[in-house]
Ligand binder design. Structure first.
Ligand SMILES: NC(=O)c1ccc[n+]([C@@H]2O[C@H](COP(=O)([O-])OP(=O)(O)OC[C@H]3O[C@@H](n4cnc5c(N)ncnc54)[C@H](O)[C@@H]3O)[C@@H](O)[C@H]2O)c1
Length: 524
């Protein structure tokens, strides 16, 4: 276990770090002490003699070293997480907790601790702290949890830190819009705490559909018992109900209940419910908070993370929508118990896609766990969801609004969408179409000299073992080719095609639909 404690000076990093170490047996690392030991000088002396830049370089080196140590709680410096690389590394290597306190409290604490050299406070503690907090707000927000320490016993804060560290949480770092995805068996029980953090009061509109209703009722009961007023909305099942009319039902139910801007919309269901509810939340009262409790594998690994919301139009899928990040995502693998096994398999296609995007370790883990995943074994499922969510979080945080990097998430989807549309929506599950699309893209990668024949065969074997279709013959024909040309992610007549090499290697390449057809041997 590795825990990193961040936050402004005076937030309690050292004292809470000590309490965490005592309670857990983890070793305590005080980053400032490490820096001073490495430099052979006190912080104030390093600042005076070498300047802040030199201090930051030392701080970065020591933070990177601490990130590799096992069994430690690290009290970071106040500015350590301002280095983007360091912050992202700490988020991926352990549990990063930001401790906070109101400014008055911070000022009191740093004044009480004047013996300690704090070069950044020269010229007045309050002004300096306000400036630092303003400049560091987004960096501090990128964490697994923020914990308020004011008026609390450090032991109590330490207990809370250890609770956070014991959960499987993946952060989606997006500055002040950062949120975490909690994954595992029973995490739906965390909905009250997450709802309270998102909006302490106000109505909670719980949207679901017939397939996930049983889980929605549980979530509602937890919220009601905790004193929250719940408004239930049950949508029709299936892609056909991903409409503006469905979003209107959410709006009307909320408005009839007299909600205000403190309302929270919680989606309990698959990607359809999640997309509609997220869209409805983004426009209700010009935008209220929303949370996702995905109950299909696809929704856990894909649609609930990343903030894309939307509805379909007669002209095509997802043509009207917004980017509206959720405040929390609770991916409870228990909810998959009631899911049709064919829906579960379809979700595994997105898991395979994410693994290929990530690299060899994730592909190998998926190959190792194939049987357990097909059997729906909870711990293998939890591990697979966590890996896929980490990949999606990494990509989304690098490109929230799909300006570039995020396009790689379309791996397998260009041909997949074409096959789905050609078959008539509903005839082929999205995940099944993506599986076929992944095979097609590996073949394109091979033809373009990027993927080896072994890579193509490996992907086919993996998808086949997961129970997904891999045979393009008889499916990819001239009619599907027509749909390929109508993909909305097109530029100057060419499709932006995600071309894979081996695991972890992808490139977005403009390709004419005719070229793709030629490579895949589709007759004109
Ligand atoms: N927003 C995004 O980034 C994003 C990404 C990928 C896909 N999507 C969207 O997601 C949608 C597909 O999502 P999906 O595959 O989850 O389909 P879905 O929401 O239609 O769910 C599939 C079926 O499973 C049922 N169901 C859901 N949870 C259940 C449970 N626990 N037990 C029993 N039945 C359950 C549903 O009622 C439905 O009939 C598409 O509309 C797609 O466009 C969005």
């Amino acid at each position: 276990m590795r825990i990193f404690l961040s936050g402004p000076m005076g937030a309690g990093k050292t004292v809470v770090g000590r309490a965490v170490a005592e309670r857990s047996g983890l070793g305590l690392v005080d980053l400032d002490e490490r820096i001073e030991a490495a430099a052979g000088a006190e912080t104030s002396e390093i600042f005076r003699a070498q300047g802040e830049m030199a201090f930051r370089r030392l701080e970065r080196d020591e933070a990177l070293r601490a990130a590799e140590q096992d069994g430690v709680v690290v009290a970071l410096g106040g500015g350590t997480v301002c280095d983007d690389d360091v912050r992202r590394l700490l988020l991926s290597r352990g549990t990063l907790v930001t401790l906070s306190a109101p400014i008055d409290q911070l000022v009191l604490r740093v004044r009480a601790d004047e013996g300690r050299g704090r070069p950044l406070l020269a010229g007045g503690a309050r002004d300096a702290l306000e400036r630092l907090l303003g400049a560091r707000r987004a960096a501090y927000a990128e964490c697994h949890a923020s914990i308020e320490t004011s008026g609390r016993d450090p032991q109590d804060v330490a207990r809370e830190v250890l609770e956070v560290a014991a959960r499987l949480v993946v952060a989606v770092p997006l500055g002040e819009r950062t949120y975490v995805v909690e994954i595992g068996s029973g995490v739906r029980g965390r909905v009250v705490d997450c709802a309270t953090r998102a909006t302490p009061g106000g109505e909670v509109i719980v949207a679901t559909d017939g397939g996930a209703a049983r889980w929605a009722r549980e979530v509602e009961a937890l919220l009601t018992t905790a004193g929250r007023r719940v408004v239930s909305v049950q949508l029709e099942r299936g892609e056909a109900s991903k409409t503006l009319a469905a979003a209107e039902r959410v709006w009307d139910a909320a408005l009839a209940a007299g909600v205000d801007r403190d309302a929270l919309v919680v989606a309990v269901g698959g990607g359809v419910v999640g997309d509609v509810a997220g869209f409805a939340a983004s426009a209700l009262m010009r935008g209220v908070a929303h949370g996702q409790v995905p109950t299909t594998l696809l929704a856990m690994v894909d649609s609930s993370v990343g903030g894309k919301t939307g509805v379909d139009r007669p002209q095509g899928k997802n043509l009207v929508g917004t980017f509206h990040q959720p405040r929390f995502v609770l991916a409870d693998v228990d909810t998959l118990d009631t899911l049709d096994p064919a829906e579960r398999r379809a979700g595994l296609a997105e898991v395979a896609k994410a693994a290929w995007l990530e690299g060899e370790a994730d592909v190998a883990a998926l190959e190792r766990d194939v049987a357990a995943l097909v059997a729906g074994e909870p711990s293998a499922t939890t591990d697979a969801v966590a890996r896929a969510v980490r990949t999606k979080a990494r990509i989304v945080s690098g490109d929230e609004r799909e300006g570039g990097l995020r396009r790689v998430l379309n791996l397998g989807h260009t041909v997949g969408h074409a096959l789905e549309a050609a078959a008539g929506f509903g005839a082929l599950r999205h995940g099944e179409a993506v599986a076929l699309g992944l095979v097609a893209s590996l073949r394109v990668g091979h033809a373009l000299g990027r993927a080896r024949a072994d890579d193509v065969a490996r992907m086919e074997r993996l998808l086949g073992a997961l129970g997904l279709p891999t045979g393009l013959t008889g499916r990819l024909d001239a009619s599907a080719l027509g749909w390929l040309g109508s993909d909305k992610k097109r530029r100057a007549g060419e499709l932006l095609f995600v071309v894979p090499g081996g695991p972890g290697v992808v490139e977005v390449v403009p390709l004419a639909a005719a070229k793709i057809a030629e490579i895949l041997g589709v007759p004109a």
